[in-house]
Design a protein around this ligand. Structure first.
Ligand SMILES: [Zn+2]
Length: 429
């Protein structure tokens, strides 16, 4: 075994206490083998003046939407999707998705994110990009049925399942897959009921958008006389490994249902604020025992992929919505961005402990805006920026060293993405 010693930092433990010490990782098994006072490793990563924390988990993303960053803003979800996003997405090529995804991966790892969930198209390109870049991911081809005939919709479901079958366990197990119907209102019920059991047979979890806006919830309640998540449950879509995105407009029955089934919720506060979707009932979810993770959603509705921003947004929105400054405290958002995310995605990561996956972020605390450190968790939730990340390690491999991405050529990725974005939008207009 070859070991990497992350040396001389302060370590954030699973109980969120902070103690001086080293972390030793085995870069072959990709696991943490010691925490605390550690003998020299084969290689050293200097963490003096830094906080060593679990790598952040972005549990709901559409990575290639970086190409649409700033393309259309300041509109409600439905109009934004129909007038701006979907027409451009109809023009997307495999090469566009690859270029946009690589741009996202650079942004993610530089800001300390080691794992993410991605629902998009051309997912084999996404999987290859993730395999090369070294992150961990749960990937799914997003199925959208609206505006399609039955044959095309059916082909879309089948593509999602074929991808899930083929790529689960890819890249030494760093890539896992999922079946991803876009949402309860954009996918036909009969096809859902037909294909969900097939996903169960493959053994992959489901991930879909749910209860994001009132405009999405109200028609389901009016037509069916039941809440959207009651419908999802009846269709077999709420299992213990499944996770939904948003969950903004969930009532007490639905929160209880999620808790009973063990289905996780991915909170996307920046996207929910930007599209004026509302504020998810995070205190109620957590009180009921629902696993809550954090996601940025796509860059077009955020507009960045910085999970430190997202932690701060989650805390601020939670307090604002509750009219209670003690709601959604710093500890809660740090937990959501690390252990909660890893649990939602089914990865044995998100905590610095022996035997866990060595997915870590090393944050430079020697910055003016992080001084003094009365409380490291407070600094992480309220004052840290993605650009404070000095090193990022995933599966025992160093992906960012002293701010430099090791596995991708950042300048080339940025230039390629800018070019693809320009050409894509030109084709759509
Ligand atoms: Zn989304």
């Amino acid at each position: 075994m070859t070991t990497l010693r992350i040396a001389d930092g302060r370590v954030l433990h699973p109980d969120l206490s902070v103690r001086e010490g080293d972390v030793l990782v085995d870069d072959e098994s990709g696991e943490i083998v010691a925490v605390g006072d550690v003998e020299a490793g084969d290689e050293t990563l200097d963490a003096a003046g830094c906080l060593v924390m679990p790598g952040l988990v972005n549990a709901h993303c559409h990575a290639a939407m970086t190409l649409l960053r700033g393309y259309a803003d300041d509109k409600p979800l439905d109009a934004w999707l129909r007038e701006d996003v979907w027409p451009v997405e109809a023009e997307l090529t495999d090469a566009d998705v690859r270029a946009g995804t690589e741009l996202a991966l650079v942004e993610l790892v530089k800001a300390g994110t080691t794992a993410f969930a991605d629902m998009y198209f051309s997912m084999d390109e996404v999987a290859e990009a993730v395999a090369d870049a070294g992150l961990r991911a749960r990937l799914g081809h997003g199925v959208v049925g609206v505006g399609k005939g039955e044959d095309a919709a059916r082909a879309d479901h089948e593509e999602s399942l074929a991808f899930a079958r083929e790529y689960d366990g890819y890249a030494d197990g760093r890539i896992r897959t999922m079946y991803s119907p876009h949402s309860l209102t954009t996918v036909d019920e009969a096809l859902l009921r037909e294909y969900v059991p097939e996903a169960r047979e493959i053994g992959v979890p489901l991930h879909f958008h749910a209860n994001e806006t009132r405009d999405e919830v109200d028609p389901i309640v009016a037509e069916r006389g039941e809440r959207p998540l009651e419908y999802a449950d009846d269709a077999g879509m709420l299992g213990g490994a499944d996770f939904i995105a948003h969950g903004v407009h969930s009532d007490a029955t639905e929160i209880e249902l999620l808790a009973e089934r063990g289905t996780a919720v991915v909170h996307c506060p920046a996207s929910n604020m930007k599209l004026a979707s509302g504020a998810a009932p995070i205190p109620a979810y957590r009180e009921a025992g629902v696993t809550v993770a954090l996601g940025t959603d796509g860059a077009a509705s955020n507009n960045d992929l910085d999970l430190f921003d997202e932690m701060r947004d989650a805390a601020m929105l939670g307090k604002h919505a509750a009219g209670d400054a003690s709601a959604v405290p710093a500890e809660a958002v740090v937990e959501m961005a690390t252990a909660g995310g890893a649990d939602a995605l089914g990865f044995d990561a998100g905590r610095i402990a022996v035997g866990r996956k060595a997915d870590l972020a090393v944050v430079d605390f020697e910055a003016a805006h992080l001084t003094p450190t009365h409380d490291a968790v407070s600094n992480l939730a309220y004052a840290t920026r993605g650009s404070d990340v000095r090193h990022t390690v995933c599966d025992g491999e160093v992906l960012v060293r002293d701010g430099e991405v090791q596995t991708l050529d950042e300048d080339a990725v940025r230039e390629r993405a800018a070019e693809h974005a320009r050409d894509l939008v030109a084709r759509a207009e």
